[in-house]
Ligand binder design. Structure first.
Ligand code: IPE
Ligand code: IPE
Ligand code: MG
Length: 241
């Protein structure tokens, strides 16, 4: 069986791939397990896809790990997800360094439990000089939270005469978002069959190619990732021109 990897044109790679990692709960339920088991298995997919992105030469990979709305899930699920996050980040820091991966995080990190926030910041600091792949974790993230936050910051700067209203461009707005310094995604993948965006990167995906697959996140492997890149490369991006 020939691999999708061989079909990738390495001269036209998407610079930034964003993924809505969905379907952990359904994957576990189908096997008669608790949802948490699905999240634990989802970590394996995170590891695989990060490695695949680094090997392929993708510069930015953003993973939607926990949304603002996910705080409303049952407490035991939220706690399990936070614990999984902390454990994984700690365990994976040496591998990130070995693979020249820099970690970043976007979202309302002030809502994370103190222990989780501290370990996250430590991993970010310890990988900050790596210049291969930038892995961006969206944590306690939602696009409306981000835009709301940006408007507040921008209004404040207008009020303090740091910027005048007539100077506000699209680029200015991008620079007030938590994704400043990160290029807009070229490709966004959502697993597990739902055809929606669920409050992810609304401003940034204006011209992003969207890719939906029925595969649940814990089943998503390197080949699935390569397949999405091959599909992306078959599309014609016109940007309205
Ligand atoms: C995605 O899987 C992971 C998170 C949102 C944290 P879900 O937990 O949403 O699983 P489903 O969509 O209910 O199957
Ligand atoms: C989106 O998945 C959020 C993450 C993958 C972290 P959800 O499962 O929370 O989204 P909905 O509820 O299906 O829209
Ligand atoms: Mg879901």
């Amino acid at each position: 069986m020939s691999s999708f990897k061989e079909k990738i044109d390495s001269y036209h790679l998407p610079r930034h791939i964003a993924i809505i990692m969905d379907g952990n709960g359904r994957w576990a339920k189908e096997r008669g397990y608790d949802r948490i088991f699905g999240h634990q298995n989802g970590v394996i997919s995170v590891r695989e896809v990060t490695e695949a992105a680094a090997e392929t030469g993708i510069k930015y990979l953003t993973l939607y790990a926990f949304s603002t709305e996910n705080w409303a899930r049952p407490e035991h699920e939220v706690n399990a997800l936070m614990e999984l996050l902390v454990d994984t980040i700690e365990k994976e820091t040496p591998t990130l360094n070995k693979n020249n991966v820099r970690l970043k995080a976007i979202g309302d990190l002030s809502r994370l439990p103190a222990g989780a926030a501290k370990k996250l910041q430590r991993c970010i600091a310890e990988t900050s000089v790596n210049d291969g792949l930038t892995l961006v974790l969206a944590l306690s993230y939602s696009s409306r939270w981000e835009i709301n936050n940006a408007i507040k910051l921008l209004c404040n700067d207008v009020k303090n005469s740091k910027i005048s209203i007539s100077d506000i461009t699209d680029e200015t707005i991008s620079n007030y978002l938590t994704t400043r310094e990160i290029p807009d995604p070229d490709l966004m993948i959502r697993t597990s069959g739902e055809i929606r965006i669920s409050n992810f990167l609304l401003w940034q995906i204006a011209y992003t190619e969207l890719y939906f697959t029925n595969t649940h996140w814990p089943d998503f492997r390197k080949e699935n990732f390569y397949e999405a890149i091959v599909e992306y490369q078959s599309r014609e991006r016109r940007f309205g021109k």
